[in-house]
Design a protein around this ligand. Structure first.
Ligand code: ADP
Ligand code: ZN
Ligand code: ZN
Length: 729
């Protein structure tokens, strides 16, 4: 009888053997239900063999192999294998966690027949309808109409994605002559709906370079200033790939960016089946998108980090947008980098991968300088006459700050409102104020479970920890001295919003941060309001800075950026620069000239100077030189052995024991265990040990051996894991 080797979602790095009489080599990559201890578990078959080292009497028989879906392709299993080895994470956990939740259940999947997918098109009459004629209580109808007004041709699937109940409005609207039905057969693949712009010389060169080498592995670093039209380069290369009948995987850092990109892609490739895969979907939606990708029906797959593990039988191109973004690296469990996995996948399939950014990560920039990646530069803004914004520094040592805002910034906002343009005030801290302080003894409210302060959320009279989610109500008096004069200290988005409302009572102000966008369609509604000019002043965190295109934004004000200038994290400057470039890049993208005002105490700091001159290369060279001298990445490769437990001593003891076991070669260096920068999180103490080497290969070889040795250290009090290429310390 054949033996199947099964990967199961358990924290042991081994495969489990079972008898399966009906198994054949075609079943590799299928899900299987097996007995595991006293439980029934789901696994994935990764190999079939004729023999096993398990004793005959101990060998169990699999319950059943699920054959309703196609198996995971061999190349994907190979990717999982690589991922498991490189990040030192059990294969079964790697595989099972990559699957949609419904595939992790121990039962057959009900595959619904896909919708006929006829399309509906807005008529000239429909185009005249104002969303306001629909009563506000019919929220779904309003959303549907706005969607039509943005993209006049929508498929049934797209309509269902707006809301499962959205299609109930269609018959009535057809009758009213607002929309017409387009049969599914009327569609052809890869026809442009919106007419594409004439490419700029830089775009043309980039598209030419990429599309003439599509069938060969190449990593292209598409380095283009904000507003240079990177998206258009993506669209043209995707078009080329669609013509070959192949799939494109587009990875983006944030779920909030999906609606905007989705709209752009849909209006260019209206007839092309496309799916989005991100954590905002429910289990059914996610499964359905995943299956469409796996079957090859979906030609464009737009997703966040996890989408890199989607089975794609006909992959022709991978795009990683905003490649420098740290959200591509998962920060718990399997600590993988989706960008790096994307590159591995492109190499596997001998296809192109595009890393797009205005401020590439120093790792990628270094790879481009050394010739491992090919650089494509887009030097100027794509829209004719649009120029990069003017950046000015407001010295806060001479300009007094009131409620977080200086007089020159207030003046500029005032002028912006008179000109009927929009402005954006950026402050990367949500809540009202970062600290609640006792004015008489200096006590401040801290989280009991984390080494962090509690943030003041004035509106709901709560103090909240942004690390663990803990909330408590305001204390009546200082717990230390009894004084009742407790005051919020510093600025958060809510306080800035309040201050702006006081200064500009007639202005329409919209705050965009994680609190205000929590509701499911909040983002979409807010973006629409901005595009329809229903907002004058935007106040927001980095949520706003990424990728969004606001054509009427002429002024950006940046508050409180200084705090990251002198951080102990060696990547802080790189990140701050990328973030500020991105925010600054929101200004003046169309016909309006943009201005950026930065309030700072350190106007002569090299980072601000580089920013002012839009000089990424200048700063990158300074930072790379520093990294080289200090032996930091990208000149060395790093890994962290992380541990957490109830007491710091337990963690440090464990790390010291692990260190004693290590027999590193000369090229691999182990440092002393130290507490993590955030040493307490969610009630656990955390510490870590840094390992680094100039050779990635030697580091890997060492980690593999060492990992096995650490396994033997039985210390149940400490939870530990290896973090390869760590971004957080
Ligand atoms: P990036 O992602 O590089 O910051 P976008 O892709 O958002 O820039 O493009 C910025 C703006 O330029 C968009 O409004 C886009 O429609 C426009 N655009 C892109 N390419 C062209 C072009 N060749 N001609 C005119 N406008 C363009
Ligand atoms: Zn006090
Ligand atoms: Zn906390």
């Amino acid at each position: 009888m054949p033996i199947i080797r099964v990967a199961i979602n358990v924290p042991v790095d081994t495969l489990f053997d079972y008898l399966a009489e009906d198994a054949s080599p075609n079943d590799i990559g299928l899900r299987v239900s097996v007995p595991f201890g006293k439980k029934k578990m789901i696994g994935v078959i990764v190999a079939i063999s004729a023999s096993t080292s398990i004793d005959a009497e101990k060998l169990k028989t699999a319950y059943c192999i699920f054959r309703e879906t196609k198996p995971l392709p061999a190349s994907l299993l190979e990717l999982f294998q690589f991922c498991s080895q490189y990040y030192h994470h059990p294969l079964g956990m790697v595989i099972l966690n990559s699957l949609p939740a419904k595939m992790r259940h121990n039962k057959t999947i009900q595959i619904k027949k896909p919708a006929s997918d006829q399309s509906f098109e807005l008529t000239p009459i429909g185009k005249q309808i104002d969303v306001a004629v629909i009563p506000a209580r019919n929220r779904v109808a309003r959303r549907l109409l706005s969607a039509f007004l943005q993209t006049p041709l929508l498929t049934e699937t797209q309509i269902k994605q707006i809301s499962p109940r959205a299609n109930q409005w269609l018959p009535q609207w057809i009758q009213q002559g607002w929309i017409t039905v387009k049969p599914a057969s009327a569609k052809t693949t890869a026809t442009a709906v919106t007419s594409p712009p004439v490419l700029t010389t830089d775009q043309e060169a980039a598209v030419q370079a990429i599309t003439s080498h599509l069938k060969k592995f190449n990593c292209w670093l598409l380095h283009g200033v904000t507003g240079s039209g990177k998206t258009e380069v993506y669209l043209r290369t995707i078009e080329s790939v669609l013509k070959q009948g192949k799939q494109t995987l587009v990875l983006i850092p944030e779920i909030s960016l999906t609606p905007q990109l989705e709209t752009i892609f849909r209006s260019r490739f209206a007839a092309t089946p496309m799916v989005s895969l991100h954590s905002g979907l429910n289990d059914t939606e996610r499964l359905s998108g995943w299956l469409q990708a796996q079957s090859g029906v979906a030609k464009i797959i737009l997703g966040t980090r996890l989408a890199v593990f989607t089975p794609l039988p006909n992959l022709g191109l991978i795009i990683v947008d905003e490649e420098q973004d740290s959200s591509f690296k998962q920060q718990d469990g399997l600590r993988y980098s989706a960008r790096d996995m994307a590159i591995f996948r492109a190499r596997q399939h001998s296809i192109a991968v595009i890393l797009g950014s205005a401020t590439p990560s120093l790792e990628s920039y270094h790879n481009a300088l050394s010739g491992r990646y090919h650089t494509l530069r887009l030097q100027s803004r794509a829209i004719r006459n649009a120029v990069l914004p003017q950046i000015h520094l407001i010295d806060t040592r001479t300009s007094k700050i009131q409620d977080g805002l200086t007089e020159p910034l207030i003046q500029a906002i005032h002028q912006c409102l008179i000109d009927k343009n929009q402005c954006l005030i950026f402050i990367n801290r949500r809540g009202y104020a970062p600290v609640l302080l006792c004015k008489s003894c200096g006590w401040s409210a801290v989280c009991q479970r984390c080494s962090s302060r509690l943030v003041v959320h004035l509106r709901d009279k709560q103090l909240s920890c942004h690390h663990c989610g803990h909330q408590e109500s305001f204390p009546r008096a200082c717990p230390q001295c009894g004084n009742q004069d407790l005051a919020p200290f510093g600025q958060g988005t809510q306080r800035v919003e309040e201050a702006l409302a006081a200064s500009f009572p007639a202005a329409r102000i919209l705050r965009i941060d994680r609190d205000s966008t929590r509701r499911k369609y909040a983002w979409r509604d807010m973006l629409q309001a901005i595009h329809k000019q229903q907002v004058d002043i935007l106040v927001g965190t980095q949520l706003l800075s990424k990728g969004h295109d606001f054509p009427n934004l002429s002024l950006v004000g940046i508050l409180n950026a200084d705090s990251s200038l002198y951080s102990t994290d060696f990547r802080a400057s790189e990140r701050l620069f990328a973030q500020l470039m991105q925010v600054a890049g929101r200004a003046g993208r169309a016909q309006i000239a943009g201005t950026v005002l930065i309030q700072t105490e350190f106007p002569s700091h090299p980072l601000y100077q580089a920013l002012q001159h839009h000089d990424y290369d200048g700063l990158a060279h300074i930072l790379l030189t520093e990294r080289k001298t200090a032996e930091f990445p990208p000149y060395v490769f790093q890994a962290l052995l992380r541990g957490e437990a109830h007491h710091l001593n337990q963690v440090l003891d464990f790390l010291n024991q692990a260190r004693k076991l290590a027999k590193p070669p000369k090229t691999v260096e182990l440092f002393d265990p130290v507490p993590a920068q955030m040493h307490r999180l969610k009630g656990l103490e955390r510490a870590q040990l840094l390992i680094q080497s100039t050779s990635r290969k030697q580091l890997q070889d060492f980690l593999t051996k060492w990992w096995m040795q650490i396994q033997v250290l039985t210390n149940h009090k400490v939870r530990w894991m290896l973090d390869v290429d760590p971004l957080e310390f």
